[in-house]
Design a protein around this ligand. Structure first.
Ligand code: DLL
Length: 433
């Protein structure tokens, strides 16, 4: 089922009843199948029978990305490994990535959620959709792809990296919809404008996400391409894109509450906050089989609204994201933790752990500059040695982060030093309205 009216327009009581039933079943499963959850619950004196209604969720312990990293790769599996048909991964603060495992049913539910999001954006089986998210361990490409196929639309799996080809196929194949990051779409808009091709494309809808963006960016995209742009949210840990998406009313992103139970918590006290209050989004997966997550702290800062939307849906709405409660940056759709720079620098001798990241948005594209203090001797040495070191550092960062940085090597003590918490990042992009 694609447009799941029975699940998106229930009364709040019906939603709570379904969520309670599913939570109870999910908790019984993880208690018996995942030692990590069993131990955490036992430490709190909890048994599955203590979790009967959705309000009981507050009794449960939180899960964090550190838990995922520590249990890498299969420690949080709730089914035998043979039932896993796919994995995806997302970068972590240091070292190993977070690995997420999907059963056949998980993939089906994920595809249905993405199809529901695409339906919300007005797409049907008559549409031709280009996927401009990366394919691979990142969930964007395959997530959008399976969702669009499930909808019955024609999918063109472009992936990233070849804008000219994307534009050629957009025109030749009469593409009507695109799924990609908002910053990339602005880049595509620029390329189309510079070639005078905007009138040649049949694009009407864009489904953009994977990075923070503003209403201003949405207006620009819509005006420059004469299309409607929708905001889609998700994270690898929960499933990938399709956790939530906005509708025509643009009053927030509808979260598929029949599969994902959202809470807002105070990131310091960890208390649950009421509707409308800004805090950290925390999600419990209600139907996931492979790697269910209980009260997963997304670190994304937002608020929730529960009143009925103009579109008729009764499922909760996530408001535009206001940032993160950790230091993760999303640069050109790639998650970057500043500590990854430190990890990269450890592999290059002659460097120090003193670095400074500057992120900006120039011509609608994110810039990623890293200044690093290096051994004094490189400045009295021949310039080619400094150049060689710079290229080694650039490669190490590219390897660790998965993104190319513009590296500048500086002399010791050239970067700002302070007694308190060392500042390693300046984000000059204005990503909240
Ligand atoms: O970015 C999944 C995705 C792919 C979502 C394509 C939408 C479209 P991760 O790489 O695990 O997964 O990154 C998840 O990206 O916790 C947010 O901080 C940020 N993010 C994702 N979508 C949005 C959005 C994918 N619409 C992290 N608005 C999340 C703001 C977003 N931030």
């Amino acid at each position: 089922m694609i447009w799941n009216e029975t699940k998106e327009c229930m009364s709040r009581d019906e939603i709570a009843h379904l969520q309670g039933k599913r939570l109870h079943a999910q908790i019984s499963k993880v208690y018996h199948n995942v030692e990590f959850y069993r131990k955490k619950m036992q430490a709190l004196g909890l048994e599955p029978s203590d979790i009967q209604t959705i309000d009981d969720v507050v009794k449960l312990p939180f899960t964090t990305y550190a838990d995922l990293r520590e249990n890498y790769p299969y420690g949080l599996l709730a089914v035998p490994k043979e039932e896993i048909v796919r994995v995806h991964a997302s970068s972590g603060t240091t070292g190993k990535p977070k690995l997420l495992c999907y059963t056949r049913k998980d993939i089906d539910i994920w595809s249905e959620c993405v199809s529901r999001a695409m339906t919300m954006a007005g797409l049907t089986r008559n549409d031709v959709l280009q996927v401009g998210y990366g394919y691979g361990l990142f969930t964007g490409g395959l997530g959008a792809h399976y969702g669009a196929e499930n909808l019955g639309a024609m999918v063109i799996p472009m992936s990233t990296g070849n804008t000219q080809k994307l534009i050629d196929m957009m025109i030749d194949c009469e593409v009507t919809a695109i799924a990609c990051t908002p910053s990339y779409l602005l880049h595509v808009a620029e390329a189309l404008e510079s070639k005078g091709l905007v009138d040649k494309v049949k694009l009407k809808v864009a489904i953009c996400g994977a990075e923070p963006w503003t209403e201003e960016m949405r207006k620009q995209i819509e005006a420059r391409l004469n299309i409607k742009a929708f905001d889609i949210y998700g994270l690898t840990e929960i499933i990938g894109p399709g956790v939530a998406c906005d509708c025509e009313a643009k009053k927030g992103l509808h979260i598929y509450e029949d599969h994902f139970y959202p809470e807002i918590i105070d990131p310091d006290s960890l208390e649950q906050l009421p509707a409308g209050k800004l805090g950290e989004l925390c999600i419990t997966t209600l139907t996931k089989e492979g790697m269910p997550l209980i009260r997963y702290r997304t670190r994304d800062l937002t608020s929730l609204e529960y009143d009925k939307c103009e579109c008729g849906r009764t499922i909760a709405r996530i408001q535009r994201f206001r940032g993160r409660s950790d230091d993760m940056l999303v640069i050109r759709g790639v998650n970057v933790f500043p500590s990854q720079i430190e990890t990269a620098l450890l592999t290059v001798s002659g460097t120090t752990p003193n670095y400074f990241i500057t992120v900006d948005r120039v011509n609608n594209s994110d810039t990623f500059d890293v200044a690093i203090e290096v051994d004094e001797k490189f400045f009295s040495d021949e310039i080619r040695h400094l150049e060689k070191l710079r290229s080694k550092v650039e490669n190490a960062i590219h390897q660790t982060v998965g993104l190319k940085a513009k590296v500048k090597l500086v002399e010791p003590n050239a970067l700002p030093h302070s007694d308190g918490k060392t500042k390693h990042v300046e984000d000059r992009r204005k990503l909240t309205d």
